[in-house]
Design a binder for this molecule. Structure first.
Ligand SMILES: Nc1ncnc2c1ncn2[C@@H]1O[C@H](COP(=O)(O)OP(=O)(O)OP(=O)(O)O)[C@@H](O)[C@H]1O
Length: 476
């Protein structure tokens, strides 16, 4: 875990920053609370019509045994409380996805730990949120389920899902990130969602009572356990919990072999739902690459892409905060409306930037790996790897981060595209290694060609909000 020499400190830096962050009131720190129905409307509006020949409905996908959204059961067969079924209906979740259908009975029928893996955007959040909400007793005002996430943004998003899905249960929730927990007040909420550092601090200060906890859930578990700071904090949180009776759930789209060992230590004797490496990529995400001669050509290409990027919403990933600042400044100076988000912003600013993007007030977001994982915004149709993701050595490709980054599009059966820039021999090698690792093919695209622009436009349009519910373009 923490001692791993391969730990990805760049991500940890962002989180550390977050843990130290910001002077803000509790109210300002609350998760966004879109009315469930509005949120659901937004979700379904984003299931797409398209310019392609083939329309596949979500119902079709869920009937296809090869799709990660496939299910044979109904939510009503999964042993959920009536109030949760009502919450699911309000969110217009009609059928469970594969991970939900498989994980829920394994979690709910006994107290065995679970390591759950499924592709990005396939509904892992609902699997663990429904589990937490099933296990808590809302008549007791004491924390019973604890969920840890690696970033403020992700914790906030999970909290909003708990609030929405649990709205008929009248569950009480607590956001546990820096300064969100009222000083000196003992937490009475049944479900606590936060980042590991703050949660650990609350436990040590005895603000967060742990004796009634029944469930500990780690989202993006491989990432948290693999990092120096976060991994330590997660293990320390766990060491404070009752030795028996706490069910541990670890979820992620990726569980690289080297992390499995920590995962098994953290969640002993767990049931496991895992995937093979070549099953990890999401079919709806078309992967392209752009071959540039140098940095200037790369910048010209991103300007050419901009017009297409704003058809839907796009995320541009760069390596470091300074690169994000620099690209933001250059694009803004050139008259383009872009926003930027990274760990150097304080909590308040981060909430505003992500909310502006989430609710469509901004269209293009330049960011670091801080939101590479978990963030779920249905209308993101394009992900750009302006810099390919690497381990801290700056050379070795970071396969998992690549997969999580491109997974910000193509959510729950939608289509999307990813563009990766290559500009020298090293980035070529990195791209080649990524393709071999996932056994996938990236298609070369020349942004200057009309045909290519048309192709991209079609993909972007196909994931644009539409009147037509449930039409999911194949994108082929
Ligand atoms: N059964 C369902 N029916 C309809 N929509 C669903 C269902 N389950 C989840 N969704 C929606 O699918 C989207 C993706 O879900 P979620 O964010 O949980 O994916 P994930 O597997 O956690 O992805 P990641 O690995 O990127 O974190 C969300 O918008 C969610 O509301």
């Amino acid at each position: 875990m923490a001692e791993s020499s391969n730990s990805k400190t760049s991500w940890a830096d962002d989180v550390e920053q977050e843990e130290e962050a910001a002077n803000m009131s509790k109210q300002q720190q609350q998760a966004p609370q879109p009315a469930a129905a509005d949120q659901s409307q937004q979700k379904h509006d984003n299931l797409v019509d398209n310019e392609h020949d083939v329309n596949v409905t979500l119902a079709d996908l869920q009937a296809d045994p090869n799709s990660p959204l496939y299910s044979i059961k109904e939510f009503t067969e999964l042993g959920l409380k009536e109030e949760l079924l009502k919450g699911l209906a309000l969110l217009r979740f009609s059928r469970p996805s594969k991970i939900q259908e498989r994980a829920l009975p394994l979690i709910l029928n006994n107290d065995t730990n679970l390591i759950g893996q499924s592709q990005s955007g396939t509904g892992k959040t609902a699997a663990f949120v429904l589990s937490m909400l099933t296990k808590v007793d809302v008549t007791k005002n004491v924390p019973q389920a604890l969920c840890l996430a690696p970033s403020r943004e992700l914790a906030r998003q999970i909290l909003a899902v708990v609030d929405n899905m649990g709205s008929f249960l009248q569950v009480k929730t607590q956001f546990a990130v820096p300064l969100a927990v009222e000083r000196g007040k003992i937490i009475e909420a049944q479900v606590v969602v936060g980042t590991p550092g703050t949660v650990l601090d609350c436990i040590k200060r005895r603000v967060l009572p742990v004796k009634d906890l029944k469930m500990l859930c780690l989202d993006e578990a491989d990432n948290m356990l693999d990092q120096q700071g976060l991994g330590d904090q997660c293990f320390r949180v766990k060491s404070f919990l009752p030795k028996n009776g706490v069910q541990v759930l670890l979820f992620s789209a990726t569980f690289p072999q080297k992390v499995i060992e920590y995962a098994e230590k953290f969640a002993p004797n767990a049931n496991k739902l895992t995937l093979k490496q070549e099953e990890l990529t999401v079919e709806g995400i078309k992967q392209f690459y752009m071959d540039c001669a140098n940095d200037d050509e790369k910048y010209d290409a991103i300007l050419k892409l901009y017009e297409l990027m704003t058809i839907g919403q796009s995320v541009i990933f760069v390596r470091r905060r300074e690169n994000a600042n620099e690209l933001h400044r250059r694009m803004t100076d050139d008259g383009h409306a872009v926003s930027s988000l990274h760990g150097a912003f304080d909590g308040n600013q981060r909430d505003k930037i992500i909310d502006d993007f989430r609710f469509g007030r901004s269209k293009v977001l330049i960011t670091t790996n801080v939101i590479a994982r978990g963030i779920d915004i249905a209308s993101v149709s394009l992900v750009v790897n302006y810099d390919l993701p690497t381990l801290p050595d700056g050379r070795t490709p970071d396969f998992e981060t690549y997969l999580h980054r491109i997974g910000r599009t193509g959510r729950f059966g939608r289509v999307g595209a990813s563009f990766s820039f290559v500009q020298d021999q090293l980035s070529w090698q990195q791209m080649d290694a990524i393709q071999r690792h996932f056994n996938c093919q990236m298609t070369r695209i020349d942004i200057k060609s009309d045909a290519a622009r048309k192709q991209i436009k079609a993909i972007m349009k196909s994931s644009k909000p539409s009147e037509q519910f449930m039409g999911v373009g194949s994108g082929n």
